[in-house]
Design a protein around this ligand. Structure first.
Ligand SMILES: Cc1ncc(COP(=O)(O)O)c(C=O)c1O
Length: 356
């Protein structure tokens, strides 16, 4: 089976982990600081703060901006559930706005209608590694004095208009095993704001600046130097992995004709965390996935149920209609695009997709 994702651990990752083990300093320490420095530099921001995972990165970023009970945060329903959950954890309410069918991302034209006096922030999600239309979103945020917390969990290295994901507002990244840069589990917050960075560091570590002096209520959302060592080694691979993902997506786009393939607008640096096509015309997706899997092509459905239609979310926020997200949730199917595909793999994926 050609897997839908393939985490890569090379000699550099292994050596880096062994070095940490030999050092005896396993918890968050100097490797984490180096990883943060590198991540900030690559993202084009002043600060990066490592956390235990992408979910805690989002939660801490929202808390650092003062999001809490009584607030509303606008986001997309077509995302991994952690985007919406991180809003709920703060006591705020997620307000869902429908997406654009071509980009799979928040439709900026619909955001303004969803703004109320309680709206505090917008959380654009750069789904599949495709940055949202940040000029349009920034313009709405500026008009209404709203904070932007980017869910860049799938978008390490992605860009828009020459700027990197995570540099438009406060960014949150995931370093989960299947992500473009991974550390097994891990998260990262990016910001240019010194005060927000300091709050994030304190929230991550029980509200401490000075050991055992707790200036605020905080958490243990730290990472470890073992994870940071893996992440740091992966950063050296980012450009190469991204170039391979782009070449693989270009091949698939040029050779697949049977389904709706993903288009990228000018000015966007897509990093292809996922290569996602749409089975239009009411075709049976379960049957299509089975057909591909039987032919040795791995698939993924990201995501079959939009956030606003999850049972507990309905109980919390009531029924809402998001026609585009609901349609996409029925139609999308992701094909392998990871950097370790061979030319034969790519041929097989395209040929089997064309039989659908
Ligand atoms: C869009 C999105 N947001 C948030 C997360 C949460 O990240 P993590 O799994 O590292 O907590 C993920 C991870 O899959 C994601 O894809």
């Amino acid at each position: 089976m050609i897997p839908i994702s393939k985490p890569y651990i090379g000699e550099a990752e292994k050596a880096a982990v062994l070095e940490v083990l030999d050092s005896g300093m396993l918890a968050q320490g100097p490797r984490t600081a180096k990883f943060e420095e590198r991540f900030a530099q690559v993202s084009g921001v002043k600060h990066a703060i490592a956390t235990a995972n992408g979910t805690t990165a989002l939660y801490v970023a929202l808390l650092a901006h003062g999001v809490g009970p009584g607030d509303e945060v606008i986001t997309t329903p077509f995302t991994f559930i952690a985007s919406a959950n991180s809003i709920l954890f703060t006591g705020a309410k997620p307000v869902f706005v429908d997406v654009d069918a071509e980009t799979f991302n928040l439709d900026p034209a619909l955001i303004e209608k969803a703004i109320t006096p309680r709206t505090k922030a917008i959380m654009p999600v750069h789904l599949y590694g495709y940055v949202c239309d940040m000029d349009a979103i920034q313009a709405v945020a500026d008009r209404h004095g709203l904070t932007i917390v980017e869910d860049a969990c799938q978008a390490v290295g992605a860009a828009y208009g020459g700027r990197k994901a995570g540099s438009f507002g406060t960014g949150a990244f995931s370093l989960y095993a299947t992500k473009n840069v991974m550390s097994g589990e891990g998260g990262m917050i990016t910001t240019n704001d010194d005060t927000i960075a300091e709050r994030c560091r304190m929230l991550r570590n029980h509200g401490m600046k000075r050991r055992y002096y707790h200036d605020m209520l905080g958490y243990n959302f730290r990472t470890t130097d073992l994870h940071a060592a893996i992440g740091l080694a992966q950063m050296d691979r980012l450009d190469d992995f991204t170039a391979k993902r782009r070449a693989n997506a270009a091949y698939l786009n040029a050779h697949i004709e049977s389904v709706v393939t993903p288009k990228v607008k000018d000015g966007y640096g897509h990093v292809w965390h996922q290569y996602t096509v749409r089975l239009d015309g009411g075709r049976d997706r379960d049957a299509a996935a089975k057909q591909l899997n039987d032919a040795g092509v791995g698939t993924g459905i990201f995501y079959p149920i939009p956030a606003h239609q999850q049972g507990y979310m309905r109980e919390l926020i009531g029924d809402h209609s998001m026609p585009v997200a609901e349609q996409l949730a029925k139609e999308v199917i992701s094909l392998p695009v990871h950097p370790h595909l061979s030319q034969d793999d790519l041929k097989t994926i395209a040929a089997e997709a064309n039989k659908l």
